[in-house]
Design a binder for this molecule. Structure first.
Ligand code: ACO
Length: 324
């Protein structure tokens, strides 16, 4: 059976760098607090000409270039995002127009920080069913527009950016297996209201507008446990162990979550790709940005076993194994 293989990657980060020292001027926080609790030192913030779809389109163009595939060859454009600049049309339609993917259908998918993994999983199903398809999967966020810059609990964590990859069929290599999960009962531990969807019957004076709301400690606890379980189960059912993994690219939430996860999995530091220190948590964009950096830094070679893992609002989480 043919597999779905990632044949090109790209990313795009906004120009503006916001450091922890800059944040000290905005809220009651310190570089020391942020660094010790999260490992984040800087994040990128989108400005003029850097709307969600514009970052996504630039990342897409770079992925197409590295795949040596033209936009006209694409059959499908999928953007995983929870911060589109419009609800309708989708971000994917703007990207489709921007890059000239005239033969592709296009849509968005929202699974919060797990959106990119959900998108890859869906694209894989299309390619297995129709091996001639070429698909662009993008994770793109401008969370700076959804963060309350007066709330020190959340504003220090997030950043903007986009990452993209092109998938095509391959007789040998590609996505081996994936495992996706959700638990909607826990929605209120991490959520973002939308002014457009406000229903007066649901009005709650405790809600503070359409910003990200989070119970940080609960998220931490669930994230570590859920990611450990999904990775362990995925490896087990494929007869593999952490020793077989060449590179682990987890969702970049913060280094303490990742440290705990690696400790529980028994994963060595050298096998884990981390760039959350530079970009903060870019939600659905974090894995494809990290994947693109890992590729460009020569951290991934043909034949490697790559492991992805994510956790986010919903809650949603999942993991994926790829034979590169
Ligand atoms: N600067 C200084 N002090 C702060 C800040 C800040 N930016 N934010 C909170 N504090 C204070 C709190 O007010 C509290 O003060 P108090 O004791 O006087 O009440 C104190 O620091 C401790 O707060 P906690 O919330 O208990 O701190 P904790 O050690 O849990 O760290 C953190 C908070 C970093 C948010 C942690 O809970 C965490 O990493 N959670 C996971 C959140 C996450 O990654 N969310 C992203 C989305 S989900 C995902 O991507 C996986």
């Amino acid at each position: 059976m043919h597999k779905a293989r990632i044949c090109g990657t790209g990313s795009c980060l906004p120009d503006r760098v916001l450091s922890n020292t800059d944040l000290e001027q905005m809220v009651d926080t310190s570089d020391e607090w942020i660094t010790s609790r999260t490992g984040i030192r800087t994040r990128r913030i989108a400005g003029a000409g850097e709307q969600n779809y514009q970052l996504a389109a630039k990342a897409a163009a770079r992925a197409l270039e590295s795949a040596n595939i033209s936009a006209m060859e694409l059959d499908m454009v999928l953007v995983a995002t929870m911060s589109p600049h419009m609800i309708m049309p989708s971000c994917a339609c703007f990207v489709q127009a921007e890059i000239g993917a005239e033969n592709a259908f296009a849509f968005d998918l929202n699974a919060a920080c797990s959106g990119f993994l959900y998108g890859l999983d869906l694209a894989e199903k299309y390619i297995v069913a129709k091996p001639a398809m070429k698909i662009l999967v993008i994770g793109s966020e401008t969370l700076s527009t959804r963060v309350n810059w007066e709330d020190r609990n959340t504003c220090i964590l997030f950043g903007d950016g986009a990452g993209a990859c092109v998938l095509e069929s391959s007789p040998k290599r590609g996505i081996l297996d994936s495992s996706l999960h959700a638990d909607g009962k826990l929605w209120n531990l991490l959520y973002m209201d939308s002014p457009a969807s406000r229903n007066p019957e649901l009005a709650d004076p405790e809600r503070k507008g359409c910003f990200i709301q989070m119970s940080g400690r609960d998220v931490f606890k669930y994230a570590v446990r859920a990611m450990e379980n999904t990775v362990t189960n995925l490896l087990d059912r494929n007869g593999l162990s952490v020793d077989d993994v060449s590179l682990f690219i987890p969702h970049q939430a913060n280094v303490r979550i990742l440290g705990k996860l690696m400790e529980r999995l028994g994963m060595e530091d050298e096998k884990v790709f981390i760039n959350v220190n530079k970009y903060g948590n870019t939600s659905a964009a974090s894995i494809p940005i990290a994947l693109d950096e890992a590729c460009r830094e020569g951290r991934i070679n043909d034949g490697d076993l790559i492991l992805f893992c994510s956790f986010g609002g919903g809650f949603t989480w999942g993991s994926m194994l790829l034979h590169w």
